[in-house]
Design a protein around this ligand. Structure first.
Ligand SMILES: [Fe+2]
Ligand SMILES: [Fe+2]
Length: 195
């Protein structure tokens, strides 16, 4: 009897079956109106992050900063792709086992690569030729990342599906990494000293 009830509840709370698309396991979800609105907000935030990092990569004087911003622009594009996937009702699965190469796994791989690149770029940095305009770009992106990270933190509490929460949490950690990379860049240039 208890088992029967659990099965019925399972059907109610987790109705859509998993599907396989091109060999990738994807879980389907139905979003509430509120969840959809929150994801649409995050989509616009990610679009702005892609635009800003791309534009600022062009504007930056320092080559090291250009490369850092280009790298972040690519990761923001991945965030945007993931949010669009969620809005289409599909949850990329974290921590896939036995290969398969899900998009979230691919996302993690690219982001790890991005982080490694950031640290290499920082190591290569020299203290010469830092411009005030570059500092202004960094300050603006730090503010933007702080805002976006905070928006993810607030949104996560509204989602009923734990896997969606995990995906959003993963993105939020990436936003914090972006802020950290910019902070380290500024610090390496003597423009930002921790107190
Ligand atoms: Fe992002
Ligand atoms: Fe970011």
């Amino acid at each position: 009897m208890g088992r029967g009830l659990a099965l019925i509840l399972g059907d109610i709370f987790f109705p859509p079956a998993n599907t396989k698309t091109g060999g990738v396991n994807i879980m389907n979800i139905n979003l509430t109106a509120k969840e959809r609105t929150l994801l649409e907000d995050q989509r616009s935030h990610e679009e702005i992050c892609v635009q800003k990092y791309s534009n600022y990569a062009q504007q930056a004087s320092d080559r090291q900063l250009k490369a850092l911003f280009q790298n972040h622009a690519q990761i923001e594009q991945e965030h945007l792709n993931t949010i669009n996937q969620l809005l289409s009702g599909q949850v990329p699965q974290l921590n896939q086992q036995g290969g398969g190469g899900g998009s979230q796994q691919q996302l993690q791989g690219q982001q790890q690569q991005g982080q490694q690149m950031s640290s290499i770029l920082l190591q290569q940095g020299s203290a010469a030729g830092f411009q005030a305009s570059d500092q202004a770009l960094c300050t603006d992106m730090l503010m933007t990342e702080k805002y976006v990270s905070n928006a993810y933190d607030t949104a996560i509490f509204e989602f009923k599906d734990p896997q969606v929460r995990d995906v959003l949490n993963h993105i939020q950690k990436e936003e914090q990494k972006h802020g950290e990379a910019i902070f380290k860049y500024l610090e390496s240039k003597g423009m930002y000293s921790a107190q």
